[in-house]
Design a protein around this ligand. Structure first.
Ligand SMILES: *Cc1c(COP(=O)(O)O)cnc(C)c1O
Length: 338
């Protein structure tokens, strides 16, 4: 049945709660906003990558691999969750190829990478050079007699995307139990795996819900092409007959500001507002910008008052404590409030 044929190791505390954002809904004047708490997946401060890693790590184990190589930015939530998954499962060494500059202090996610026993290698390459840098590490590991498994940036392979097909399945059940019919699912979109999985889940399970991806780094044509390609590959991997139409991939690229991880006034406002009205902490790189997008779309009348809109909290709070991010709440954006 659908996902049961794929190897999977349970890593997430699931089902994660699906809760109303009552005070935020009231403040913004509708639609009815809900939150899917995938920041509570439980693995070393949680987040969305845990969902993908349930399938990816199981695939690596099934292939007899003993080293997991993956990549991301220095503050990668994906790298941190991969490190934790390897620690928990055992018999897997995690090598994290992180691109960027060596920080003055290793705080936030990269501090956790170290605690989790992973080897974090900071490499001086651009985002485009990550795949090659991982291949070099894979060759090195093979030379030492290991069998490496390479996970692409963000865990966004068809196997990884299955994690978010599973989340739609979980939300469908919760929607039934709670008697709430959702019209929209809104999530931050970076390396395409989360959105692709959500789109495939929404289509294959005939939910009738639309998925809105709020881009955190790329312009709409690029991200949309990535999501569409990955969604189609995922459907093929699943072996189901379900064509994914271009129209089912909806991307908003007007909320990431100057670029990936660059703070915006909207992000600062979203973090302050959601924290102070709901007691929920968003992150500055992904969910803060996605929530800023959702709030803007609400204010612009994108939804009907009685629509039910679920925001997927994909985690990332550890990244809030990176020095560059902490600063944005204390200096130039500090006064951004509603
Ligand atoms: C990686 C990440 C995302 C984006 O997920 P993709 O599958 O890469 O699009 C969103 N939120 C957080 C906190 C993340 O770490």
């Amino acid at each position: 049945m659908l996902l049961a044929k794929f190897p999977r190791i349970q890593l997430a505390h699931a089902p994660t709660p699906l809760e109303p954002l009552s005070r935020l809904t009231q403040l913004l004047g509708g639609p009815k906003l809900w939150i899917k708490r995938d920041d509570c997946t439980g693995l070393a401060t949680g987040g969305n990558k845990t969902r993908k890693l349930e399938f990816l790590i199981a695939d690596a184990k099934a292939q007899g691999c003993d080293v997991i190589i993956t990549t991301g930015a220095v503050q990668s939530n994906h790298a941190r969750q991969t490190a934790a998954a390897c620690a928990k499962v055992g018999g897997l060494k995690a090598v994290l190829v992180l691109n960027g500059a060596e920080p003055a202090v290793r705080t936030g996610n990269i501090l956790l990478d170290d605690l989790l026993g992973a080897e974090a290698r900071i490499v001086n390459v651009e985002r485009a050079g990550r795949a090659k840098a991982m291949q070099a590490v894979a060759d090195e590991m093979r030379g030492k007699g290991h069998k490496p498994y390479v996970i692409p940036s963000g865990g966004s392979s068809p196997v990884g995307a299955l994690g978010y097909v599973a989340v739609v399945q979980e939300m469908l059940q919760q929607s039934f139990e709670q008697g709430v019919n959702f019209q929209y699912i809104v999530a931050a979109s970076g390396s395409a795996g989360t959105q692709a999985g959500l789109v495939v889940g929404a289509e294959v399970l005939r939910t009738g819900a639309k998925v809105l991806g709020i881009s955190v780094a790329d312009r709409t044509p690029d991200l949309k092409a990535n999501v569409l390609k990955l969604a189609r590959q995922t459907v093929e991997l699943m072996g189901v007959n379900c064509p994914i139409a271009e129209e089912s991939v909806i991307v908003h690229d007007e909320y990431f500001g100057e670029g990936y991880a660059q703070p915006t006034p909207g992000m600062v406002e979203a973090l302050r507002l959601v924290a102070s009205t709901e007691g929920i902490i968003l992150d500055p790189v992904y969910t803060g910008k996605a929530m800023a997008g959702l709030m803007d779309l609400v204010r612009k009348g994108r939804f009907k008052k009685d629509d039910n809109v679920v925001f997927v909290h994909t985690g990332g709070v550890a990244g809030l404590f990176a020095p560059a991010q902490v600063e944005s709440f204390q200096s130039r954006h500090a006064k951004a409030r509603v």
